[in-house]
Design a protein around this ligand. Structure first.
Ligand code: NAP
Length: 475
């Protein structure tokens, strides 16, 4: 079985200690990954610190050219990397290919942004003074990424940090390190100078502690659960370490009577079942206005029943396995809790597939009380919670009744309503008749307990730049 190496200071390093990478469709290991101890992580930060002194002075254009070379290499190996994503994460192959397409686009977008680390000149208020604002790269950045979009969410951090002139140590999720290892090979093939990008894998709490406590690590950029995000906030207090946090979500979908119904059904399907429901911006709560409720529910359930569940490498699969059997148990507990509180199960909600796999038949529940677990916490599975509402005010109030604030979706043909909702929904991203709002050139991130800061767009690179003011007295 292949053992994937760490990538440390320009070298591929295979360690004696390794961890097994499981295929969630079978529960069987298909690869092993080398593991970094805490001293190895400290050494990686030291190498990144050394590399920073040179990389920060490479021109933005040249840094961008490196990113373009990485993008070309990822594209050249896209079939192999897509297959690895499906093997370790379980998602249908077409969705892994889509993830690679977006990864390449992020690399290209930030290759261009690398040239644009603009400062500004501020008109003085006093005679003889001049004020300049410049942007400087922060230094060594630690990136921690999750398993649900294992490649693109790592690159959403790496590409802007490198573009800004920072050096990066990546720690991917332990469940999905293989595509990060393949990405490291792409970086190496692109000829990035040693130490500018490194890959460490291993015990999250130890690696996280090194990132938090090592003064040479200037920032942690994290995507994952709100629970771990809170631990990082607590840990960062001691050193006042800056954090970017992309955390959990609980996105509402609001379907109004005036919506284009087929479009709303299609949009809700994508928002809910893409990535097997394991997306931070997944639709968690679907609210449908009474006038179109019956038609929407009938069409939606029909579509859900037609979804093909199976091994992501199979042909025509819509929904793959969850990340592991425990995730199926967790989703089943949310379904049982909703039913115990009076919700009606309209379809799905049972285990399926071969033993060892983590398959769940896509479920739809109707009339789910607000206190049900799945209405408050992320179920992170192909389980839809449907409720009916009467007025716009009620819809807004129910949509905002959550500690999260990542994405929200609205289906309406009324432009005035669209503007009112865009302004009143408490979320970092609002999809108006759009179930996939993510794009390289627009900011991505949450409000409330969904996180701090933004990735992508011009904000994405700014997250890795210090703003400095230089004040001159000119004789
Ligand atoms: P997770 O358990 O929080 O893990 C995320 C990453 O943090 C993994 O690399 C994990 O390593 C690491 N980690 C765990 N404990 C840590 C600690 N004490 N210190 C430092 N790092 C630690 O989240 P997940 O289950 O992988 O991902 C699902 C969650 O991510 C959901 O809540 C989802 O909504 C959220 N998410 C948010 C966004 C967004 O952009 N807002 C995007 C995608 C996902 P190990 O794997 O080694 O444990």
């Amino acid at each position: 079985m292949k053992i994937h190496p760490l990538y440390l200071n320009g070298e591929f390093v295979t360690t004696a200690e390794t961890l097994a990478v499981l295929n969630p469709s079978t529960g069987q290991p298909f690869a092993r990954m080398s593991v970094a101890s805490r001293p190895v992580v400290a050494q990686a930060i030291a190498s990144a610190h050394t590399a920073f002194s040179t990389w920060r002075n490479v021109t933005g254009k040249s840094r961008g050219d490196f990113l373009l070379k990485i993008a070309a290499e990822v594209e050249r190996r896209k079939d192999e990397i897509a297959r690895a994503i499906t093997m370790e994460n379980g998602k249908p192959l077409a969705q892994s290919q889509g993830e690679i397409g977006m990864t390449v686009d992020h690399l290209r977008w930030f290759a261009e942004e690398a040239r644009r680390g603009y400062g500004r000149i501020i008109p003085p208020q006093a005679d003889g003074k001049r004020h300049l604002v410049i942007k400087s790269p922060l230094g060594v950045v630690a990136a921690i990424s999750p398993w649900n979009f294992p490649l693109v969410l790592a690159v959403r951090k790496i590409a802007p940090a490198l573009a800004a002139g920072c050096t990066v140590v990546l720690k991917p999720a332990s469940a999905t390190p293989v595509c990060a290892a393949l990405f490291a090979e792409c970086v190496h093939a692109a000829g990035l100078p040693r130490g500018v990008f490194q890959l460490v894998v291993g015990a999250a709490s130890e690696i996280g502690a090194e990132f938090l406590e090592n003064p040479r690590c200037r920032k942690i950029t994290f995507t994952g659960s709100t629970e771990v995000g809170k631990k990082l906030i607590a840990g960062a207090a001691a050193t006042v370490k800056p954090l970017s946090l992309e955390l959990g979500g609980h996105s509402p979908v609001l379907v109004f009577d005036d919506a284009d119904l087929p479009r709303a059904v299609e949009g809700a399907m994508i928002a809910k079942y893409r990535n097997t429901g394991q997306s931070c911006i997944a639709a968690n709560r679907i609210y449908v206005q009474r006038g179109c409720a019956q038609a929407f529910i009938t069409a939606f359930v029909e579509r859900v029943k037609a979804l093909k569940v199976g091994d992501g490498l199979g042909a025509g699969i819509d929904v793959g396995p969850l990340i592991n059997p425990a995730a199926v148990d967790f989703a089943l507990s949310h379904i049982a809790d909703a039913q115990a509180r009076g919700a009606k199960l309209l379809c799905g909600g049972t285990r399926s597939g071969a033993p060892g796999g983590a398959f769940l038949e896509p479920a739809v529940l109707l009339d789910v009380p607000g206190a049900a677990l799945g209405m408050c916490e992320e179920t992170f599975a192909p389980v839809a919670y449907l409720n009916v509402f009467d007025t716009e005010e009620e819809a807004i109030s129910r949509a905002n009744d959550t500690t999260y604030g990542l994405a929200a979706y609205v289906f309406t043909r009324d432009l005035n309503r669209a503007f009112r909702l865009m302004e009143s929904l408490e979320a970092g991203m609002i999809g108006i008749n759009d179930s996939v709002p993510t794009t390289s050139n627009a900011p991505f991130g949450g409000v409330k307990q969904s996180g701090w800061g933004r990735e992508l767009g011009i904000e994405g690179m700014d997250a890795f730049l210090d703003t400095k003011h230089a004040s001159f007295v000119v004789a």
